[in-house]
Write a protein that binds this ligand. Structure first.
Ligand code: 6GU
Length: 241
């Protein structure tokens, strides 16, 4: 899997050398390349932005500079990702789709965004172009989204996460429920006991308890997710929660 990230702040992507993502890169499981957009400018000031057509506050990123950069990076089968607060929500499903794609290019906009013709142009050339948002708040640019994307995608690649079972059980897996609460030793900490069922050794009861906790948590914290759980994902005993 290859991911190219283009930004005017390549240093912002330094954390991609660390932790699980850094390890996956060094193991050759993931090829991440960070590029400085200004390398594709041609003027003395290395200008990447200009005033918005029609007027208004802020600056817009120039399509010509982005075009030069992306022409050199986008290939047949590439998914072009444009992080923007006006995009579709980036979810676990988005990460799964990207992990199954061989090549993703992330174009990090700053200021008021990238001239809209860039997305249109690559779509017209038959490229899959996805404008993604992390959530309903505004960030200063796409770099944090690029960090999120690389980490969410990397951990889905074969061999990156030690125990593949941890991918199956976690929140936002196929069941569409939040993860149940977890506990470890000691069984009592500061007068707080761990749930006795977890010490019972009764596997079926533990499974039932975890399932109920997932359902309760999801209902309380993310009722929007509960609406979307496929009916076949609910088992007979879920009705009692
Ligand atoms: Cl992907 N970009 C920016 N600039 N702001 C955001 C975002 C992305 N997602 C949520 N807010």
């Amino acid at each position: 899997m290859r991911i190219d990230v283009v930004s005017i702040f390549p240093e912002y992507l330094a954390p991609l050398d660390l932790s699980l993502v850094g390890k996956a890169r060094r193991a050759g499981l993931l090829d991440v390349r960070v590029h400085d957009l200004r390398d594709w400018t041609t003027d003395r000031h290395r200008t990447v932005d200009d005033a918005p057509l029609g007027g208004g506050a802020g600056m817009v990123m120039r399509p010509d500079v982005w075009g030069e950069a992306l022409d050199g990076l986008v290939e047949q089968g590439t998914e072009l990702v444009l992080p923007t607060p006006s995009g579709e929500r980036f979810t676990q499903r988005t990460a799964e789709r990207m992990a199954a794609t061989g090549h993703v290019v992330v174009a990090c906009g700053r200021y008021e965004g990238i001239d809209a013709r860039v997305a249109d142009h690559y779509r017209e050339r038959g490229v899959r172009v996805t404008e993604v948002s992390l959530g309903d708040y505004v960030l200063n640019g796409g770099e944090v989204a690029a960090l999120v994307l690389v980490e969410a995608v990397a951990r889905l690649l074969p061999g990156v996460v030690g125990n593949p079972q941890s991918l199956v059980e976690e929140s936002h897996g196929a069941a569409g429920l939040l993860e149940y609460p977890v506990f470890t030793r000691p069984p009592v900490w500061r007068d707080l006991p761990a749930p006795p069922v977890l010490l019972s050794g009764h596997h079926a009861k533990v499974e039932r308890w975890r399932r109920d906790q997932s359902l309760r948590r999801t209902a309380l914290r993310r009722p929007d997710l509960l609406q979307q759980v496929p009916l076949h994902e609910l088992d007979r005993d879920d009705r009692h929660v």
